[in-house]
Design a protein around this ligand. Structure first.
Ligand code: AMP
Length: 281
């Protein structure tokens, strides 16, 4: 596995892989890798013959009060994991390499980026869209894989790639969970032992709420309010949202008829967790 830290070296390495007839898949991450990230490389493998995994904690997608400075950084372990996984290139650019002095242009990700997580993290998805566009332009992959764990992010990136005619296919990958159902996340490391026990309730409440919505016997608003109350009573400190959305447009929907997705974000102490599930028939 090659470890690459500059755009120029990435470009050269990609050119060599292309000359060998390889097809390229990109898996962007912020590191502190876990099995959820690794599953994305497995999905990429089904489509391409060479994989680039980027690790970059992108400063422009964090708000001023958010966890950028304390976000877990475990570079050596991450490199070991990628090496064992059989990734071809680990791309770890510095902030200066990604955003040289004088760099000012940002992508505006549109109205869906202001809903759900975007309503609580203003500007977050503009930062995400911009850094992902840069990675797609730097690596010029055939495909790029993103997790459904960040369902809104996946939607926004698909839209951006279509709108900007970026010639990469975007592939969504299923959410990997711990045994008790908690969606794997780099931020789970922040949880204390007692918070970790409560954390799995987010998935359980999503499942119960999906069942109640599917049954269709109570008003959607009441069901969602009850779900939020349940989280708060179980020890979550704040619920940013629990919402039912059309799974394809991410617009609000009155009816729990597929394709729909139930999405939530809630805090345990100062740790913000997100999760989502589809509602099936
Ligand atoms: P992050 O490092 O958190 O920015 O995530 C990098 C990529 O991994 C994103 O496409 C995420 O959606 C994806 N990802 C994170 N956690 C999971 C998970 N538990 N299952 C599947 N994909 C995930």
């Amino acid at each position: 596995m090659k470890i690459i830290r500059t755009k120029q070296a990435l470009k050269d390495a990609i050119r060599r892989l292309r000359a060998e007839g390889k097809t390229i898949g990109l898996v962007p991450t912020m590191g502190a890798l876990h099995d959820g990230h690794i599953s994305l490389t497995g999905v990429a493998r089904q489509h391409v013959t060479a994989i680039v995994t980027s690790i970059f904690v992108n400063p422009t997608q964090f708000g001023p009060q958010e966890d950028f400075s304390r976000y877990p950084r475990t570079e050596n372990q991450d490199i070991d994991m990628l090496e064992k996984t059989g990734v071809d290139i680990a791309y770890l650019p510095s902030a200066e390499e990604m955003y040289p002095a004088g760099c000012v242009t940002q992508i505006h990700a549109g109205s869906i980026s202001e809903a759900l997580c975007g309503a609580f993290r203003p500007g977050h998805f503009n930062g995400v869209a911009t850094v992902v566009a840069k990675f797609l332009l730097q690596a010029q992959p055939d495909i790029a894989v993103f997790g459904e764990k960040d369902y809104q992010q996946l939607h926004i990136i698909r839209q951006m790639v279509a709108d900007l005619d970026i010639p990469a296919q975007i592939i969504g990958a299923p959410i990997m969970r711990e045994e008790d159902g908690l969606a794997m996340s780099s931020r789970n490391r922040y949880l204390s032992i007692s918070e970790r026990k409560i954390a799995a309730l987010l998935y359980r409440v999503l499942q119960e709420t999906a069942n109640t919505l599917r049954a269709g016997q109570k008003k959607q608003g009441e069901i969602l309010e009850l779900a939020k109350r349940q989280l708060l009573q179980s020890g979550f400190s704040k619920v940013d949202y629990m919402e039912l959305r059309n799974a394809e447009t991410l617009r609000p929907t009155e009816h729990a008829i597929p394709p729909v997705r139930l999405l939530a974000a809630a805090y345990l102490g100062i740790t913000r967790l997100i999760d989502n599930i589809p509602i099936t028939i």
